[in-house]
Design a protein around this ligand. Structure first.
Ligand code: NAP
Length: 264
């Protein structure tokens, strides 16, 4: 796939990894549809891209809503008449242990709340499904070369304190294989799907993490620092241009081989 002249839709594009991917693909000549529930942030990124000579539209939307998903796909097609990449970067963390005993009594004092469970499942899993389902529908009907991208995490192997988050990220790692298998079964030949599984990456999401735990985890990263969002953007560009990469999930972690314990 040629990046130049292609159309990329990115959710979670107002911040972090989504923002970096948007700016990187724009610099390579892609036209962008930037989706975020933080609409002002998506608009800011679109303005910055336009100021650098790129093309971008910003759409305020919640990826957990089927109506919003249909709307942002329709607005993208209206603006560009085409869709080639859909990159589902919108994601949240709501960390907590499933059970926390009370120190004084030894009895369970706190449980992981259903609200924290559902918020993460809704955005990371259902949001990714809706975005990629409707993007794939447009690509299949339009016949354009397409790439679907899920964002997994190195924590797909199971991170304590993240029963909700890790459950969504193992699913996002698996999705490309199933989607491509189904495309192959049904003769849909123009769409590939890949997952990207970043390690600990320098974005606002990490500011929500326990910073002592993060420092501990970095001791296990051979790279010795956080992964930069621009490094993830450059891997996504490679996946777009290298058609042999399909139905798989690639790790980009700075060498981290196992997650550390984040909750004591
Ligand atoms: P980020 O900086 O927090 O950016 C995520 C963006 O998604 C935010 O603008 C957020 O808006 C938006 N968003 C959240 N829920 C949404 C919804 N329902 N509808 C539309 N937009 C929504 O996070 P990031 O670090 O770039 O993470 C991007 C993806 O990479 C996530 O899937 C994350 O799990 C994954 N990842 C990150 C790391 C890391 O270390 N940072 C590592 C592995 C994987 P709000 O600010 O309003 O929530």
């Amino acid at each position: 796939m040629d990046i130049k002249g292609s159309v990329a839709l990115i959710t979670g594009a107002g911040n972090g990894i989504g923002q970096a991917v948007a700016k990187h693909l724009s610099a390579k000549g892609a036209k962008l549809a930037l989706v975020d529930r933080a609409e002002a942030e998506a608009r800011r990124v679109a303005e910055e891209i336009k100021a650098s000579g790129g093309q971008a539209i910003a759409i305020g939307a919640d990826v957990t809503s089927e109506e919003d998903t249909a709307r942002f796909i329709a607005e993208t097609l209206k603006a560009y008449n085409q869709l080639n990449m859909a990159i589902a970067c919108a994601g949240v963390i709501r960390d907590g242990l499933m059970l926390s005993p009370d120190k004084a009594t030894g009895k369970i004092g706190k449980k992981l709340g259903l609200d924290k469970w559902k918020q993460v499942i809704d955005v990371n899993l259902t949001g990714t499904f809706l975005t990629l389902r409707d993007a794939a529908e447009a690509m299949a009907n339009g016949g354009w070369k397409g790439l679907l991208v899920t964002i997994s995490s190195v924590n797909k192997v199971g991170q304590v304190g993240q029963l909700n988050y890790s459950s969504t990220k193992v699913a996002c790692a698996l999705m490309p294989k199933i989607m491509v298998g189904e495309f192959h079964m049904r003769g849909i030949k123009n769409i590939r799907a890949v997952g990207i599984a970043p390690g600990y990456t320098a974005t606002p999401m990490l500011t929500g993490m326990n910073q002592d735990a993060l420092a501990g985890i970095l001791k296990d990263v051979p790279l010795g620092r956080l992964v930069e969002p621009t490094e993830i953007a450059s891997l996504i560009e490679h996946c777009a241009t290298n058609e042999a990469i399909n139905a798989t999930t690639l790790e980009i972690t700075g060498g981290l081989c196992y997650p550390g314990a984040i909750a004591k």
